[in-house]
Design a protein around this ligand. Sequence first.
Ligand SMILES: C[S@@+](CC[C@H](N)C(=O)[O-])C[C@H]1O[C@@H](n2cnc3c(N)ncnc32)[C@H](O)[C@@H]1O
Length: 347
Amino acid sequence: MTTQDTDVAVDSATGSVFEMVSGVWAFKTLAAAVELGLFGSLAGGGKATKEELEAALGLPERPTDLLLAACTSLGLLDRDGEHYRNSALAETALVPDRPNYLGGAVAYVESRSWRGWSRLTEALRTDRPTTWVPDTQDSPFAAEDQEMLGRFWSAMHNLGRSTARAVAAAYDLSGHEKLLDVGAGSGAFPIELCAAYPGLTATCYDLPHIVPLTQVEINQAGMGERIATVTGDFIADEVLPGGHDVALLAAILHDWDEDTGRMLLAKCHDALPPGGVLLICELLLDDDRTGPPPAALMGLNRLVETERGRAYTAAQYRSWLLDAGFREVTRVPCKSPGANAVLVARA
Ligand SMILES: C[S@@+](CC[C@H](N)C(=O)[O-])C[C@H]1O[C@@H](n2cnc3c(N)ncnc32)[C@H](O)[C@@H]1O
């Protein structure tokens, strides 16, 4: 290797590492802009000068100048002469009330999960979550976790609806009539899947203190006639609600250890008729566990957020599914923030 080659390798190494360092700055820029309402203030093709944005956001000149430069550099704003506008990306994903709005997820990471991630080394050393305290509550989904209840659901709902639309496009549900969403959370998946497939009705199954939140979202979506709610506990209940020809586990298995995952798959198998279908939607690790980064980083996110969760591979789920009695396991690619594949298994 020549000195020049070494210099190029060093430049590329330091550049790559510093890109990761500034990834934190990029996220914090995004989070501050969302919290200040920057993208909402420019919604619908609106434009404003720096001075107008100083007034609208209530910020002094220097921070406004720096924030606008940072947001423009990140592709969140476009600059046209003296005016700033939302970029197409910001207009799609960062304007409140838009169907693909991800501001809730940004706010959740900023207000809660960021604190846990700032203690990642502690989570790595202790193998304990850092966003909540296992000594004082059973799980991050416990009723007493008011912060979680307040923030998590709007984040999950944003992310879930966006992911569910991608799942609806990736996997054809027109042959199904009744969906059981196991751990339905805000009901994002049934709402989007029923909207995409007029012949589908759904049941949202979740913990008793979550289901009222689910009901609010179902009502707001005008889906009360087609989506029912049932309270339950998929760990404690021996059987899951029957009468469905398709069941869904979206962002569920990665919260638990292998034994619990296998138990959930067995309960899903028992709840489905022969020929019924189970869908698993989440960010799956490659079978050799080398990526992709969203799935691998979601794995660490399970470390800071859960006691036993981790990122799993399609090969792991395939083997658990076959052991639970499922057959014909197929993997359907899907490009979305919350799932890179749908695993489809027949009971
Ligand atoms: C990560 S959220 C996923 C929500 C939803 N599937 C989605 O993708 O938008 C996990 C869900 O599992 C639910 N859950 C956790 N433990 C449960 C249990 N023992 N019984 C039923 N639901 C449970 C939580 O309340 C929460 O709604």
